[in-house]
Design a protein around this ligand. Structure first.
Ligand code: KIV
Length: 286
C-alpha cells in the first residue's frame, strides 16, 4: 500500500475514519506495524523510558533520536513517520528548532516532526512550517515539562487549565501545525478542542473523541511494566512471556537439555576421521 500523506489524514478526518497511531523505535516492530496497516508511526522520545532505561525523556539526544528514526524508516518504508524532537532540540529558539527538525527529515527519513507545547512554542512551529516541514503539535500532559506539573499527571481537569490547553491548540493550528496530539486530558476537553480545530486531533489518554489514537507500543504489548498509566490497555503480557522463555532457556542450558543434536551443524564422518588423523599426526591432539 502507498504511504499515506496529509491529504489522506485530512480525508480520514472528514470521513470519520480513525487513524491508527503507534510508537516504534526499531525496524522489527516498525515492520510488523507496517504489515498490519498502522497508519502513522511516532518515533517517540519515550524511547528514553522504554528502551534506554532512563526515568524520564529528558536525557534523550538528537543523535539517539536519529538512530531510532532511521531504524524505523528501514523497517517501515511505506508508513508515515513522525520524529519526536527531544528536550532542548527546539526549546531555545527558531534557528535551532528548524535545524533539528530538518535533520529528522533529511538524515532519518521522517515525514513530519512532533514537538511539545502550545502557544509558547508557536513561533518555532511557524518557523519549521515556513521551512517546508510538517509539524505535529503536542499539548496537555507534555512529558518534557512534567516537572512544571509536579510530576506525570493528567492536565486540563480544571476550567483554567482546560482553557490554556484549548488556547494552545488554537495557537498551534494558527501557526500551521498539520495535526495536534493531545495527551492526558479529559475526553470532554478533547471534544471541545476537536470541535474548534479544523486539523486532525490525535489522542493518547485524551478520551475517545479524537481523530486517531496513539499508544506506546511497549505499553500495549505489555512489555513495559515499570508503570501503567490509566489510559493504557495491554493487549498481551509480553514481558511475562519473555521472562518465562528466558527462564526455560536458562533451565535447559543448566540441565544440558539445550542444545541437542538437532541444533548441531554436524560434520561428514569421513571429514571428521581425516581431521582427527591429521591433527594427531601434527601433534595437535594426543
Ligand atoms: O515520546 C512519545 O512516545 C510521546 C508520547 C508519549 C505521546 O511523545
Amino acid at each position: 500500500m502507498a504511504k499515506k500523506t496529509i491529504v489522506d489524514f485530512y480525508n480520514m478526518k472528514e470521513q470519520g475514519e480513525k487513524v491508527v497511531f503507534l510508537t516504534a523505535y526499531d525496524a522489527l516492530i516498525a515492520g510488523l506495524e507496517e504489515e498490519v496497516g498502522v497508519d502513522m508511526i511516532l518515533v517517540g522520545d519515550s524511547v528514553g523510558n522504554t528502551l534506554l532505561g532512563y526515568d524520564s525523556t529528558l536525557p534523550v539526544t538528537m543523535e539517539e533520536m536519529l538512530i531510532f528514526t532511521r531504524a524505523v524508516r528501514r523497517g517501515a518504508p511505506e508508513t508515515f513517520i513522525v520524529g519526536d524532537m527531544p528536550f532542548m532540540a527546539y526549546q531555545t529558539e527558531c534557528f535551532t528548532a528548524v535545524g533539528n527538525a530538518g535533520r529528522f527529515i533529511k538524515e532519518a527519513g521522517a515525514d513530519a516532526i512532533k514537538l511539545e507545547g502550545g502557544r509558547k512554542v508557536s513561533d518555532r512551529v511557524r518557523a519549521i512550517v515556513d521551512a517546508g516541514m510538517l509539524v505535529m503539535g503536542h499539548i496537555g500532559l507534555t512529558p518534557q515539562s512534567a516537572g512544571q506539573f509536579g510530576g506525570w499527571r493528567a492536565q486540563g481537569r480544571t476550567a483554567d487549565t482546560a482553557l490554556t490547553i484549548l488556547d494552545d491548540a488554537l495557537a498551534l493550528e494558527e501557526a500551521g501545525a498539520f495535526s495536534i496530539l493531545v495527551e492526558g486530558v479529559p475526553g470532554e476537553v478533547t471534544r471541545i478542542i476537536k470541535d474548534q480545530c479544523s486539523i486532525p486531533i490525535y489522542g493518547i489518554g485524551a478520551g475517545s473523541p479524537c481523530d486517531g489514537q496513539l499508544l506506546i507500543v511497549y505499553d500495549m504489548l505489555g512489555l513495559f511494566e515499570v508503570f501503567q498509566p490509566r489510559f493504557v490497555k495491554r493487549y498481551g503480557q509480553l514481558a511475562r512471556d519473555i521472562a518465562s522463555m528466558l527462564s526455560d532457556y536458562a533451565h535447559e542450558v543448566r540441565e544440558g537439555q539445550f542444545p541437542t543434536r538437532a541444533h548441531d551443524y554436524g560434520m561428514p564422518a569421513k571429514e571428521l576421521e581425516r581431521f582427527i588423523a591429521e591433527a594427531k599426526s601434527k601433534g595437535l591432539i594426543k
